[in-house]
Write a protein that binds this ligand. Structure first.
Ligand SMILES: [Zn+2]
Ligand SMILES: [Zn+2]
Length: 133
């Protein structure tokens, strides 16, 4: 399986060859800060290969006490990185442009979730910005 990915501004592009072993939605406080959202959505693989197609030398990696995030310094988008001494490839699901056939396997660190992060599937859904009636 081959996956393509890129940052929002398009300066950094990459390709991943191989399979993901897991897919988790992490609600821990660090992931809330990291993403600015309710949870991170990361795919993990111990075997897949990451190939930067463009912008490799621009990728910045931030490590706060073991919480690692790679990103594009131009647009701030999350990018893949290797963790656990390079043994585990971690790919933010939103960085991929290819479809993902794996379903998330779980919400993790659910006890640490934001106080507004509950029953979100019951919140009204709009295909665009809601219009003022
Ligand atoms: Zn970018
Ligand atoms: Zn987390």
């Amino acid at each position: 399986m081959k996956y393509k990915g890129s940052c929002l501004c398009g300066e950094i592009t990459f390709e991943i060859e191989g399979e993901f072993e897991s897919f988790y939605l992490c609600h821990c406080e660090r992931c809330q800060k990291d993403t600015g959202s309710a949870h991170a959505a990361n795919l993990f693989s111990s075997k897949a290969k990451l190939k930067w197609l463009s912008g490799k030398n621009k990728v910045k990696t931030f490590n706060f006490d073991g919480h690692i995030k790679s990103f594009c310094p131009n647009c701030g988008s999350a990018l893949p990185n290797f963790q656990f001494d390079g043994k585990l490839l971690v790919v933010p699901a939103g960085s991929l442009d290819s479809d993902i056939y794996l379903r998330p396997q779980g919400h993790i660190y659910f006890a640490n979730k934001a106080n507004w992060d509950k029953e979100l599937e019951k919140v009204p859904q709009f295909d665009q910005l809601p219009k003022d009636e």
